[in-house]
Unconditional design. Structure first.
Length: 405
């Protein structure tokens, strides 16, 4: 039977030939058993990082001290990690010490949840020492061993638990949920970047509603930047049909719209998002505010927004107004965009040099101002985007321009 692991089998083969144990582990095994599309394939092995580097011709050392080497094989890359245990967790996050070990079972024991702590060998046999399969059947997120201890070691696991609720449509085991309620304050120690990754995955999941309800019930929101005291807002947000959103920009636009922070910029910076994303979200929000009042995309607005922003805004606006025709609205908008007389400034048939020549005037700020008037006249369909017509139009309104500019 073909499996998504076939292409990675030569890696296990080579490790076996050198006398080492090697298994597929973690999220890929979980997703495969659940019949979900699998993401990155991770491999655990008894080989030490030095052995891994010697065995494979192309490797990248991403953290040999923690036991992880990336192996490049054909077009793909695989994280190959030496069996290890972790100890000396400082400040409720990453471990201080990593010891390389020889037991697969002990390697699986350090993993967060039972469904993430299964291994699969090259023949597809599953090694499940912590009831991962049972919990999978019961659709349960449950820590390997005591949730209290596991959350004390690394508080991020609490956010990971909630994002798996959203991604897999599972529920938390009673003990896991209780432990989150009691240890939620430990999230203070977790870096923003790690929180951002988990929250984004949570919002893209299939059961955002339940996950956000847990964010409320377990008071996780008090440890998310800009969310403090945002319970009522989160309740509203939890009913938002996130499934219709597609891009990272759209997710952050919706989140920010509901949070309604006094400064959008400061809120997004707290999440340490890249500048480009922050600017897109700000842009989306300003057009969304206009469009929620206007409801009609004038040619001028559509042009100013640009197609990307307009699509995002239209999608979100349609959802917020409970439209039954989200895709239709977006398609109509795309058609309107293609019918614009110009899509960018570059398409204007004349340029600043033409104006200077025709007017026989020194260059200056007037050039940009007159170009803007031309742009507007074309978009409002007062003139066609043709050199001759623009030239004539300029000469007929010459007096106005000469007075103003
Ligand atoms: P995804 O589908 O998002 O990749 P994943 O379960 O594969 O989910 P990764 O972050 O890729 O998550 O981690 C791979 C594996 O490493 C997990 O399945 C789990 O076994 C282990 N793991 C990851 N993060 C932690 C953590 N904070 N504590 C314990 N084990 C972890
Ligand atoms: Mg993964």
């Amino acid at each position: 039977m073909e499996t998504p692991f076939d292409e990675a089998k030569p890696i296990l083969d080579k490790l076996h030939q050198s006398g080492f144990e090697a298994y597929f582990v973690g999220g890929a095994v979980r997703d495969f058993l659940l019949g979900r599309e699998i993401g990155d394939i991770d491999i655990a092995t008894s080989a030490k990082p030095e052995d891994i580097k010697n065995i494979f011709p192309k490797t990248i050392d991403v953290g040999a001290e923690h036991g992880t080497i990336i192996v490049l094989h054909e077009k793909d890359q695989y994280e190959v990690t030496t069996y290890r245990t972790e100890s000396g967790y400082e400040d409720f996050r990453r471990p201080q010490n990593v010891q390389f070990i020889t037991s697969l079972k002990e390697d699986l024991r350090r993993r967060d949840f039972t469904i993430n702590a299964m291994a699969m060998n090259i023949n597809g046999e599953v090694f499940d020492y912590f009831h991962g399969k049972d919990h999978m059947e019961q659709k349960l997120i449950h820590t390997v061993d005591s949730p209290k201890e596991r959350f004390n070691e690394d508080a991020l696991r609490m956010l990971r638990a909630l994002r798996f609720v959203s991604q897999l449509h599972f529920t938390l085991s009673f003990e896991t949920e209780e432990a989150i309620k009691h240890h939620v304050h430990l999230l203070d120690a977790i870096s923003i970047e790690r929180k951002t990754t988990e929250i984004e995955k949570l919002l893209k999941g299939v059961n955002v509603k339940s996950a956000l309800n847990l964010v409320i019930q377990c008071k996780v929101y008090n440890y998310l930047p800009g969310f403090v005291g945002g319970k009522v807002m989160l309740e509203k947000l939890s009913s938002f049909p996130f499934k219709y959103l597609t891009t990272r920009e759209e997710f952050w636009t919706v989140l920010t719209y509901y949070i309604s922070p006094s400064s959008v910029e400061i809120f997004l910076r707290k999440w340490k998002l890249p500048n480009k994303l922050i600017n897109s979200v700000k842009n989306n929000l300003s057009f969304l505010t206009i469009q929620l009042k206007n409801r009609v995309w004038t040619d001028l607005l559509l042009y100013e927004a640009g197609l990307g922003t307009a699509i995002a805004v239209e999608r979100i606006r349609s959802i917020l107004l409970n439209s039954q025709q989200i895709d239709e609205n977006v398609s109509k908008l795309k058609v309107s965009f293609t019918q614009l007389p110009i899509k960018t400034k570059k398409e204007i048939a004349v340029n600043g040099h033409d104006l200077i020549k025709w007017k026989n005037k020194e260059p200056g700020p007037w050039v940009a101002q007159v170009m803007e008037e031309i742009e507007k006249a074309i978009l409002l369909k007062r003139i066609e985007n043709k050199r001759s017509e623009i030239k004539e139009w300029l000469s007929t309104c010459s007096q106005d321009f000469d007075q103003n500019y």
